[in-house]
Design a protein around this ligand. Structure first.
Ligand code: PEP
Length: 249
């Protein structure tokens, strides 16, 4: 069965609540499609107004992070329950900026993955190598480790619902998109890794995105690859160009 594409914007720490609503109004008609799932992953403070603003459209709302505890003395954190109650469906976990700037480990991300599923949220789990790792030839060893630990203890049914975003760190926000061949090669290897952990049916079902400087010009070829099921888009998700990325065909 063909996998439905999923194209998600990662707004990062951009857009005040009023700017966010204005951006949704601009993008709403441009991202209308039934061919792909369209997700806007927005800063926590923008979630409530964005959920309201997307009503009646095909856009689903995602968070950029969440904590793995239910509630309590975790100043500054957001719980899965808070996200669900606010109308969130997806949550980005383990973005390289969270790993790099905030010290998130594979074990933390695994706890978050389990919590997301407990609450009916769909995780978009990010993985990807640094330039140094690519040059040392350890890309796949590193990513396999990220995927294996991230998915530890998840059932095959949960894994089938999850989304993995392959985001080479050297391509994020740099304007340097991975070549189509590089992106397809790693996404194909990630699918093989899922088949090894679970089985072929799970590997066939899971959706794997590419992320890293995707734009309207590079999206069509990237998204046409057999193991690339859409994209996680940063900079270009804040522009009308996102409409072209979503309607890349
Ligand atoms: C991202 O941050 O997930 C990302 C892919 O950013 P950009 O598209 O700007 O490289």
């Amino acid at each position: 069965m063909a996998r439905k594409k999923i194209i998600a914007g990662n707004w990062k720490m951009n857009m005040t609540p009023s700017e966010a609503v204005a951006l949704v109004e601009t993008l709403k008609p441009l991202v209308a499609t039934e061919d792909a799932d369209v997700v806007f992953c927005v800063p926590a403070i923008d979630i409530v107004p964005v959920v309201e603003a997307v009503k009646g459209s095909n856009i689903q709302v995602g968070a950029e992070n969440m904590y793995f505890e239910e509630k309590g003395a975790y100043t500054g954190e957001i719980s899965p329950n808070m996200l669900v109650d606010a109308g969130v469906k997806y949550v980005i976990l383990g973005h390289s900026e969270r790993r790099g700037y905030f010290g998130e480990t594979d074990a933390d991300i695994n706890k978050k993955m389990k919590k997301a599923f407990e609450h009916g949220l769909t995780p978009i789990m990010c993985c990807g190598e640094s330039l140094e790792q690519r040059e040392q030839g350890v890309t796949m060893d590193f990513i396999r480790q990220q995927v294996k630990i991230g998915f530890q203890g998840l059932t095959a049914d949960q894994a089938k619902e999850a989304v993995i975003a392959y985001e080479p760190i050297w391509a994020i926000g740099t304007g340097k998109t991975a070549t189509t061949e590089q992106a397809q090669e790693v996404c194909g290897e990630i699918r093989k890794c899922i088949a090894e952990i679970y089985d072929e049916a799970t590997a066939e079902a899971i959706r794997i995105q590419y992320g890293g400087s995707v734009n309207a010009a590079t999206a069509p070829e990237l998204f046409a690859q057999p193991d690339i099921d859409g994209g996680l888009v940063g900079g270009a998700a804040l522009k009308p160009d996102f409409g072209k990325i979503v309607n890349y065909k």
